[in-house]
Design a protein around this ligand. Sequence first.
Ligand code: NAD
Length: 291
Amino acid sequence: MATVAFIGLGIMGRPMAVNLVKAGFDVRGFSRTGRSRDAAAAQGVPIVGSLDAAVADADVVITMLPDTPDVEAVALGDGGALAGMRRGALYIDMSTIDPEGALRVHDAAARAGIGCLDAPVSGGEVASIEGTLSIMAGGTREDFDAARELFYAIGASAILVGGAGSGQVVKAANQLMVAGHLQMLAEAIVLLKAHDVDERGALAVLGAGLAGSTVLARKQNAILEQDYRPGFRVELHNKDLAIVQNAARRKGVALPATALVSQFMQALVAQGYGALDHSALYLLADELNTR
Ligand code: NAD
């Protein structure tokens, strides 16, 4: 089985690395904080002491990091992952980053003779733990085929959606849809409460019809129980909506509803709720209607 360096063992990366270990891959994990390294080690992920030690001689290097600058800091430059990898190896960034950042990483990998995929994921922490992520990859067919076995150790679906950077474009579309669904779910609950209609029963009915969605199924409990432990942090979704808006601006397209929900997400960050789960959008919808 291939040797896989896994960089970034947070909420998403840790269970992904655990599933690769379970599938028989020879995993070397590395993450910036001691806490994330210790948590991964406790779940059976072999940990090494540095980025260099993780990527040297790895067949595949995966990054699962917060944002575009984090990926560029880890992948690029003299001390970066691409500089330490052997020619012919494969670099896969599974973080959610700006498509333009992904293109810079693809270019650097091509210059170094290293295969490259941008392969962000959807499904959240639950799918990461269950190994049922939806993986949207951008790159060449050859690199995608080389990653196929690995993808099916962590995902239920892996699709090559286009060339370099297009995985991140599809993920941006995913993030605006999830934000919109969450905002509408929050407003639906405000309306139900205002009429003293039992929310659980109502949401069960709604979930069985056209309004049903994964967002409704997975996020209603967080709102009904006011339990906003992440999950997916507001600050990360806010970062993603900035990526969406920048990508739209570059192509000159207008996404007005996305702009509105982006402002709600930004307001949550401004109010100090950045570390909560993104289902905390409900807090603002509720506050707008509270005397
Ligand atoms: P997280 O903050 O929990 O984990 C990120 C990890 O990266 C941390 O353990 C941190 O120590 C590590 N890290 C940061 N900089 C590093 C560096 N320079 N070198 C080594 N390690 C470094 O974030 P997360 O929720 O796991 O999200 C990771 C990515 O996946 C983000 O791009 C996010 O947008 C995306 N994503 C998250 C979810 C979700 O539900 N949480 C779902 C889909 C996609």
